[in-house]
Design a protein around this ligand. Structure first.
Ligand code: DC
Length: 690
């Protein structure tokens, strides 16, 4: 058997190192800090004044035990409960109380009495195990320990500055090393190991080297025919009300105390008689006080059961840890019940497991959380400390995730083409942001109306409710349109007006190019000047005024230029259409009546003019009707025909003249044929003579 004591200030790495060494050397690790924590937990639960030495009466009935690395107090596994923030915050008080230290030191000595152990604490080398074979005083610089502590705390959701943490450690070092009873002190024969610049492995190797140098392992191997957990059978040599005494073999005795029996019968001495055989498991190994050569095995029948229990508990714990790892991996939001609040945060419960919610990770104040006691709040697992079974959670992260999910769902529910109701939440230079419940979309200025909106503020304002159509969903960007929900005014116009339609339009404006005729509130049409009348000289100036109604016909609708052209004259029948007369053509006209300097005649659908001097070549005529009574149809020659000007001038005289010329011409032709070779002068002379 051998004992290793590890002392040192908080944060030097004692428990981490001691646990690894215990495993490597197959010896028991005893965490004395856990015992001070357990006492603190009980004091807190009982609500006693921890500064009062008399408050620790409860220690008399307190039973501590370590079973398979689990810490048991009064039969309850408190391995996790002693690691809460509240216990850590209070443990320094019971640690300075004399009765507490006496009680625990005695217990520590007792449990290490019969086996090889590695024990860590503050006073192990100096008080608890002054005869330990190896004493280590593990230290690290304040800064280094502060950094380790910060890291550890950050994982638990507690954030403090380096300066603050260093000051805290220095204060605690001072408290630990200046307290009256068992102050933190390096034992004279301890070996100081500074872990500041060493890795965990380096520190472990260093200590194992020291163990080997002392030949401790060999010594232990020699004595270990019996080992903890071994099943042994012996003969009962004595029984009293508290214990059964056995002999295993020569030089090896055993004892089993009543509280180590799985089932305690009424009276031991009635149940177990001397000489009977009895089988149990080795709980610990010691020496006989009177004869050190005699080995005493402390037995238990609870061991296997306890081991099983502990293993089942450990398994359940591991499953729970795995469950929390899975929850963390999946970033799952869980609903945990608020148990109570402490200085740093709230204790929550989920699936029978306590969780820690630091105020830093909660959007709810301490008071608000207090109010929520007994109620469930959504949280996300931030950190799972397997060793300490410590699980820290964040309510802020859960809130964020829930918001994000709701947002995603809202995005998912939206479809291009959907019509949505929204509220304008901000006006931008190029549009407006419209809130649609949890998500927002952009209503670009070009999508407000079919016509350009230059100043968004003029048409929209914050708070205005709008109905929009979803026109784009790109990742998380939503494009909205108001104009998509209304028919383009041009389309409205096209439904109302078609090429060929005749309607009475209002003259909106008279411009040099023509008349602007109102069509719809958005659009007007142009009636070009020349479209007023079939007659070139007929003008609307002075006839048509702005605001007047005028009959027009739709001539063209230009979709590219958004223009409509109109005509007034097309609404009037054109008598001159189809009248195409060449100058010199002979037409039959009807004399209607005399007018100034001639007579009005009709030709088909139009009216013409027969000048009085064009009636006869032979005589002077004063009135046309003197020659041709009204209603007379006469042949006349077209002198001029201009349908655009509604002008037709005819002549009767011209026919006569033409006839005369014709007869003269034919005569001349005959003569020419008879007198071939004569000169033109001769021919003319001849004709005149005739
Ligand atoms: O090692 P730890 O942090 O779990 O210890 C908890 C407290 O217990 C610590 O603040 C000091 C005290 N303690 C002590 O006074 N003596 C010991 N042997 C071990 C711990």
């Amino acid at each position: 058997m051998f004992k290793i004591a590890i002392d040192g200030p908080a944060g030097a790495g004692k428990s981490t190192i001691a646990k690894i060494i215990a495993k490597k050397l197959n010896i028991e690790y005893i965490d004395t800090g856990a015992m001070y924590r357990a006492v603190t937990l009980k004091a807190l639960r009982l609500g006693v004044d921890m500064e009062d030495e008399n408050a620790y009466e409860f220690l008399k009935t307190t039973v501590l035990d370590i079973c398979n690395g689990r810490f048991i107090m009064d039969g309850e596994d408190v391995s996790e409960s002693i690691r809460t923030v509240e216990v850590t915050e209070n443990v320094s008080t019971p640690s300075k109380i004399g009765v507490v230290r006496e009680f625990l030191v005695e217990y520590q000595r007792k449990i290490s009495d019969s086996k090889s152990v590695i024990m860590d604490g503050r006073d192990i080398g100096t008080v608890v195990l002054p005869n330990a074979e190896l004493k280590i005083y593990l230290i690290a610089s304040v800064e280094c320990r502060a950094k380790r502590r910060m890291l550890e705390r950050e994982q638990s959701g507690i954030f403090k500055s380096l300066e603050e943490t260093m000051l805290e450690i220095e204060t605690r070092d001072h408290k630990d090393s200046t307290r009256k009873i068992s102050p933190l002190k390096c034992a004279e024969d301890a070996i100081v190991v500074d872990s500041s610049n060493m890795t965990i492995d380096e520190v472990v190797s260093e200590i194992i080297k020291l163990v080997n140098e002392r030949g401790l392992i060999k010594m232990s191997e020699k004595n270990e025919k019996y080992y903890v957990g071994q099943t042994v059978t012996g003969t009962v040599t004595g029984v009293n009300s508290n214990a059964i005494y056995l002999e295993i073999e020569e030089g090896v005795k055993a004892v089993i105390y009543a509280n180590d029996l799985l089932e305690v019968p009424g009276k031991l001495y009635l149940e177990y008689s001397e000489g009977a055989e009895y089988t149990a498991q080795v709980k610990s190994i010691g020496k006989d006080k009177k004869n050190p050569n005699v080995v005493v095995l402390y037995l238990s029948t609870k061991l296997a059961y306890e081991k099983e229990q502990a293993e089942a508990k450990e398994k359940a714990l591991q499953e729970k840890i795995a469950q929390f790892h899975a929850i963390k991996e999946a970033d799952e939001v869980i609903n945990a019940k608020v148990l109570r609040t402490t200085k740093n945060g709230a204790e929550l419960l989920y699936n029978n497991t306590k969780l820690f919610l630091s105020y830093k990770h909660s959007s709810l104040s301490e008071d608000a959380l207090k109010q929520l006691k007994g109620e469930e709040i959504p949280v996300i697992v931030l950190y799972v400390n397997e060793e300490r079974h410590f699980i820290s959670v964040s309510q802020i992260a859960a809130e964020k995730k829930q918001k994000r999910l709701a947002k995603e769902a809202a995005y998912g529910a939206l479809e291009v083409g959907q019509v949505v109701e929204g509220e304008v939440v901000s006006i931008l230079a190029y549009g407006a942001i419209v809130k649609l419940g949890l998500v927002s979309g952009l209503l670009h200025a070009s999508e407000i109306d079919h016509f350009p909106v230059r100043d968004v503020k003029k048409v929209l304002s914050v708070g205005k409710k709008v109905t929009c159509k979803v026109i784009k969903i790109d990742e998380e960007k939503i494009g909205l349109s108001m104009k998509a929900l209304t028919t383009h005014p041009w389309e409205v116009l096209k439904e109302k007006y078609h090429v060929g339609d005749v309607f009475e339009g209002t003259v909106k404006k008279i411009i040099p190019a023509g008349l602007i005729i109102e069509l719809t509130p958005e659009y007007s049409g142009l009636m070009p000047k020349m479209e007023y009348s079939w007659l070139v000289n007929e003008k609307y100036d002075g006839v048509v005024n702005e605001g007047d109604k005028i009959l027009v016909k739709v001539m063209n609708i230009d979709d590219k230029k958004f223009r409509v052209s109109l005509s007034h004259r097309e609404t009037i029948e054109n008598a001159w259409s189809g009248i195409k007369l060449r100058k010199g053509e002979i037409v039959e006209v009807e004399v209607v009546r005399d007018v100034e300097r001639g007579a009005e005649v009709t030709y088909k659908t139009v009216t013409g003019f027969l000048p009085v001097n064009e009636v006869s070549s032979a005589k002077r005529v004063t009135n046309v009707t003197d020659e041709f009574a009204a209603g007379t149809k006469v042949n006349a020659m077209v002198l001029e025909c201009d349908p655009n000007r509604a002008k037709l001038v005819v002549s009767v005289k011209a026919i006569e003249v033409a006839k005369e010329r014709e007869s003269f011409d034919s005569y001349m032709k005959e003569q020419e044929q008879e007198n071939t070779g004569s000169t033109i002068g001769d021919l003319l002379g001849d004709a005149l003579k005739k």
